[in-house]
Design a protein around this ligand. Structure first.
Ligand code: PEP
Ligand code: MG
Length: 912
């Protein structure tokens, strides 16, 4: 989501004042075009009213009211009160009801509605307008006294909690309303709320009011307008509650956007057996299949479905229970998709067999569903190819590549229970009952499965940290399911056979008892839950790519392939990969990589004996010793490069010369020092002294990059020799591979640094070609990863044949923030909105981006043919890819699994 600044559309009223309240109903002021001003919910309610869908009348207070509210010490614009009165009067006129009247009282709902939906993050008030008098009118008009008093007690509970702040004061305390309710249920000898009689409910209301009075010192307000302003204020305030802030941070929603507030006439799904309420999708949000999908409850309020308190019925059952309403809903689905040209997620209520639409929005969906919906909507000619590409969040393509359980292992595993498949993929990990625990496990590099009875927005942190989410309650539209889909997490919900006991720290199914910390596995595609950990297997796409499955047998692969073909047709950016081994390279090629943009040669020395030779080389005190170690490293390098060149089959391969920040390679602990001492036949003290002498205060800014090759040209010589000999060997194969190696010098800030190293590379190239009697083309270029390199790119481009922007170091040096240590303060920066995105993950376009732009411009000024790429981590980040497209780079390079994401993101950037 782009962090754009709010661009509000101001509508002027006749008196030339800003209009703050937009009506919808018989007369509708807004439309879907005013999303920034009316929020997603408000704009779509207006749009539904416009296309003739049955929407209860109401009005939307704009996001500008929210902005004003926060900019003016939580005051409203002066004209708002009159506008609200007029809007309420408009509803009253349409329905023949009156707010606060003792006959035909108008009841309202007050809900938030930001530009991007933030499910469950802000507050809602229902049944507003009820008081000691109007409740009597509702009772007689509905002919259902228990219903009326239940509405009233719900309203008091919501209002008391949200507006008057009557809540649990600590983790150990229960919600005072819930506690009161439970006590009364016990006294009345009933189990369920809906078994309470009108008399019970009247008593409950009395007790609720007493709770409020005791806790706040004030009474629950009887005046309907006071209730309305209290509710509106609470919803605006909830824009800044902790979970809304956290959600905005995660999804990059700017605080300045603000929320709109929707006030709408209540309709009741809980007035009796001819009433119902539900949440539905025009297609299956988990797998994208075109089926009418959702759930409903007879005789319930909307929140009951979303909160997952009662297990709802699948929507198909509505065809039996209320066939007319079901048929009408099927038509609504068609109308909605045709109009909004996207899968819709909508809420409806049936009051006395009459259908009302309460909300519609583009439905959240899994990555898999996003791909399927886009591909199939294109096939159905709803949307063209470019629109289809734009509708797939680039990151979601990676969910087609996620692991599934190894079929054989899964078959053998005993199914513990089954829940609703709500987020596809396979996840195994430790049972964690709290968000804190899941975070702790994940922080230690472990895998966590967050297991909750039901999730609430407070669990967000845990959901982010966990690999998978399991709930024993709640349906496919429950909070857990919704967020899991959005976060692309594996999720199984509503597994009602599971009994989670937080107090005892157990998860029980029948006689099986698992403890917190035990392994559990969940299949978010089928809903199956297994005790213990089950081996995972590659996704269908990977199986096809590895030749284990035929393309024609996998619908998922066909969709993936279709999207990738479309992407390749539209993108301008090349996509390469960062790979150091033939295995990684082959995987990347299968994902569509067009070359290697970065081979970090120091990574080739982590394995086996190699690290010892590498350390010998680094610790050498003179050239002779160093050359001795380098001689041992040469054959490894040559073999590795030959492997890479072969795996890439003639595609370009950029090999970067050694760039080891020394501390990563020095032996630190006693045993590795001893091992090295033994291998060199010296005393451990010699090693300790040398390590001490090489110690750097800032190794990231120390003796690394080209500085190393300049100090010790024999290192560059060895590496160049290995690269060129490997290339020569490829040319001499029976089936020659025409490699054009690209030798890359790291950390260059001065043109003369590059010249120094390029001289060595050219000399060695000539020597190898002479010796091997083969001639081939090669390029020598540099990384641009320190600000001076970018600023003097015109001088550097005199020698360089290509630049690759090293945005990891460029961010580190440009921002003056250690890439290894920034984690300790970036959280706070994010929280305070100083830097909403981690600049090491998504490019800081304003600052570091400027350095890239300067580098591009200056580099091309001197050398119009210079090839320009980027190989920092940002090469796999969709927002950064857009930036790189816009500044005119030739290619991005990213890790192998990000290659499909980068291909799609590059196409989206090109489409604009
Ligand atoms: C970079 O700095 O962006 C880069 C790709 O190099 P490394 O991460 O190896 O420092
Ligand atoms: Mg670097």
């Amino acid at each position: 989501m782009p962090a754009k600044k709010a661009k509000t559309v101001k509508k002027k009223t006749a008196k030339n004042a800003v209009k703050y309240s937009y009506d919808f109903g018989d007369k509708t002021d807004g439309s879907v075009k005013l999303r920034e001003l009316l929020g997603g919910k408000g704009a779509n309610l207006a749009e539904m009213a416009r296309i003739g869908l049955p929407v209860p009348p109401g009005f939307t207070l704009t996001t500008e009211v929210c902005t004003y509210f926060y900019a003016n010490g939580r005051q409203y614009p002066k004209s708002l009160e009159a506008e609200v009165k007029a809007s309420v009067a408009t509803i009253e006129k349409q329905l023949g009801k009156k707010l606060g009247a003792e006959k035909n009282p108008l009841l309202l709902s007050v809900r938030s509605g930001a530009r991007e939906s933030m499910p469950g993050m802000m507050d809602t008030i229902l049944n507003l307008g009820l008081n000691d008098k109007t409740v009597k009118a509702l009772a007689s008009e509905s002919g259902n006294e228990a219903f009326a008093y239940d509405c009233y007690r719900r309203f008091i509970q919501m209002y008391g909690d949200v507006v008057m702040g009557v809540q649990a004061r600590s983790e150990n305390e229960h919600c005072p309303f819930e506690e009161t309710l439970e006590k009364l249920r016990k006294e009345a000898g009933v189990k369920l709320d809906n078994e309470l009689t009108a008399e019970n409910l009247k008593e409950l209301i009395k007790r609720y009011k007493a709770v409020i009075k005791k806790r706040t010192g004030t009474s629950f307000p009887q005046d309907a307008y006071e209730q309305l302003w209290g509710s509106v204020g609470a919803v605006f305030k909830s824009w800044q509650n902790e979970r809304a802030i956290l959600y905005r941070q995660k999804y990059g929603i700017p605080a300045e956007w603000g929320t709109a507030v929707n006030v709408q006439a209540m309709v009741f799904g809980n007035m009796g057996e001819t009433c119902a309420t539900g949440v539905a999708f025009t297609r299956d949000p988990a797998n994208g299949e075109q089926v009418f999908y959702g759930e409903y409850l007879i005789n319930a309020q909307g929140e009951d479905v979303v909160a997952g308190i009662r297990n709802a019925n699948p929507i198909a059952k509505l065809a039996e229970e209320m066939p007319a309403a079901h048929a009408e809903l099927v038509e609504v689905c068609k109308k909605l998709e045709k109009h909004f040209k996207d899968m819709q997620d909508f809420e409806f209520t049936i009051e006395d067999n009459k259908l009302y639409m309460l909300q519609t929005r583009n439905g959240k969906r899994t990555g898999l569903a996003a791909v399927r919906i886009a591909v199939e909507m294109n096939k159905q000619k709803f949307i063209d190819q470019k629109t289809a590409l734009k509708k797939i969040p680039a990151d979601s393509i990676s969910s087609l590549l996620v692991a599934v359980f190894d079929p054989a292992a899964e078959k053998k595993a005993k199914v513990l229970a089954t829940g609703l498949p709500a987020g596809p993929g396979a996840a195994s990990g430790k049972i964690c009952f709290t968000a804190e625990k899941a975070e702790a496990v994940a922080n230690k590099g472990g895998h966590a499965i967050l297991c909750r009875v039901e999730t609430t927005p407070e669990d967000l942190r845990g959901m982010i940290a966990a690999d998978g989410i399991l709930t024993s309650r709640g349906g496919v539209s429950s909070h857990a399911a919704l967020l899991a889909r959005q976060m692309n997490k594996v999720c199984v919900c509503g597994a009602s056979d599971i009994v989670i006991n937080y107090g005892a720290g157990t998860l029980k199914v029948g006689k099986t008892v698992l403890q917190e910390g035990d392994d559990i596995s969940i299949n978010g595609t089928t809903g199956a839950i297994y005790a213990g950990s089950v081996e995972t297997a590659p996704s269908e796409v990977n199986q096809v790519l590895n030749g284990k499955l035929k393309a024609k047998d996998s619908y998922t692969y066909k969709m993936y392939d279709q999207v990738m073909k479309w992407a390749d047709k539209h993108r301008k950016l090349g996509v390469r990969t960062n790979a150091d081994t033939p295995g990684q390279s082959a995987a990347a090629v299968a994902y569509g990589a067009e070359g290697i943009g970065l081979c970090r040669t120091e990574h080739m020395f982590f394995e086996g004996d190699r690290i010892t030779y590498m350390r010998q080389m680094i610790l050498a005190t003179d050239e002779k010793e160093r050359r001795k170690a380098l001689k041992k490293l040469l054959p490894f390098q040559r073999k590795d490069f030959t492997g890479l060149f072969k795996a890439m089959g003639g595609r370009p391969v950029t090999v970067r010369l050694l760039d080891p920040p020394l501390h990563e390679f020095l032996p630190h602990d006693e045993s590795s020092k001893r091992e090295l001492a033994n291998s060199l036949g010296v005393d451990i003290e010699v090693i300790s002294n040398r390590v001490h002498a090489l110690h750097e205060a800032n190794p990231m800014l120390g003796h690394r990059g080209c500085r190393l090759g300049i100090s010790y040209p024999e290192i560059t010589e060895m590496q160049a020799q290995a690269i060129f000999e490997a290339a020569a060997a490829c040319y001499k194969l029976k089936k020659p591979i025409k490699v054009i190696p690209e030798v890359m010098i790291p950390l260059v800030g001065f043109a003369d640094e590059l010249k120094n190293q390029v001289d060595v590379v050219h000399r060695v190239a000539a020597e190898v070609m002479e010796k091997k009697k083969v001639k081939f083309k090669y390029l020598v270029g540099t990384m641009i990863e320190v600000p001076r390199g970018a600023l003097t790119a015109d001088e550097i481009a005199e020698t360089a044949e290509f630049f690759s922007f090293g945005t990891n170091d460029l961010t580190q040096t440009g921002l003056g923030m250690s890439r290894d240590d920034a984690g300790s303060f970036l959280g706070k920066y994010k929280e305070l909105d100083i830097m909403p995105q981690n600049p090491f993950a998504s490019i800081d376009a304003k600052g570091v981006g400027q350095l890239v732009e300067i580098g591009v411009k200056k580099g091309r000024k001197t050398n119009t043919n210079i090839k320009l790429g980027i190989c920092g981590e940002h090469g796999g980040d969709p927002a950064s890819i857009k930036f790189f497209h816009n500044v005119g780079l030739d290619y991005v390079s990213c890790s192998p699994p990000r290659v499909p994401v980068a291909r799609l993101a590059a196409a989206q950037a090109a489409i604009g």
